[in-house]
Design a protein around this ligand. Sequence first.
Ligand code: GLY
Length: 375
Amino acid sequence: MMKSEEIIPVNLGDRSYEICVGSGILETIGVSLLKRFGVRKIFIVTDHEVATHWLGLVVASIKKVGLKYEVASIPSGEGSKSFYQLEGLLNQFFEARIARDGLIVALGGGVVGDLAGFAAAVALRGVDFVQVPTTLLAQVDSSVGGKTAINTAQGKNLVGSFYQPRLVLIDTDVLDTLPQRQILSGYAEIVKYGLIKNRQFFEWLEVNGKKILSGDTEARRTAIVESCKTKAAIVGDDEKETGERAILNFGHTFGHAFEAEAKFNGDLLHGEAVALGMMAALKLSKITGICNGQEVDRVNFHLQSVGLPVNLSFLDKFSGWNVDALVKHIGHDKKVLDGKIRFILLKEIGNSFITSEVDPNNVSAVISQSLEGRL
Ligand code: GLY
């Protein structure tokens, strides 16, 4: 029998919190918030799309326990991680007389979580916030670990802070209304955990991945719990990414470059970029002689078998992309240290490491191969 709720602790001293994973969590969110935080005024931040599916349920639950609330809804999409939307949100908070004992609830995907989290960090120098992620990608990655940010003209997540939520509530039911492409995008981040630190989990995904994608609730829940446990352990050891946390960026150095070139216009979802980036990083691990080809082929096979892209030839419109432009994007990555780009490479599935010693010619070679469909 499935337990009703699984609780994963994130151990960060006085900033510790719990991640609750289960079904029916939104329906009882009012009771959960009241029980954990007492009587606080709630500020729900959501986006227009999520609001149509889940806001009614959340508001009804909050009303039922008599808590006061306000709602701020932003346009859906990456474009909302902007100074403009941040200012709008802060204005709404202040007009509604937010106080230090207010509680911000981020109901949405990564965009809502990143923006609401950053607004919570800077409003009155810090108001408590709760993450209620509604995409698979946000459930297994962005809602956990306290990275909050907005984008600028120069790049993604360049303005932000580490600001931990007080609680993460993951309702697996919300995945039922998510388009399949979004599920697949989140699945790429799930595979990432197996690749960077948990070989056994990758092997489990090889057997159960298709169940996760086809809506098997128990498989989804197991994958979310395992991903969150892996992430919680890494964040617990290195909250501010001075060391090991960087392995969570596996595939992201290449992936962010691909997303930047695609101009975040929906042609390439974050998880798709991560899948492409993980294959590029694996190929780089292979040509530098660190990882054997069979391991790379095994990952390639799994990603393809679930329907994730493995090289840039998957969309015709990327065929005109230029290697130099992509390399330039990589140079702008936040992970550049002393002029050297840090890459996360794999020795084998489940065993990753961070290095700045990568030959730039190999980086260009890998990107060329991806563009030509030879990864
Ligand atoms: N998404 C990477 C991290 O949270 O560190």
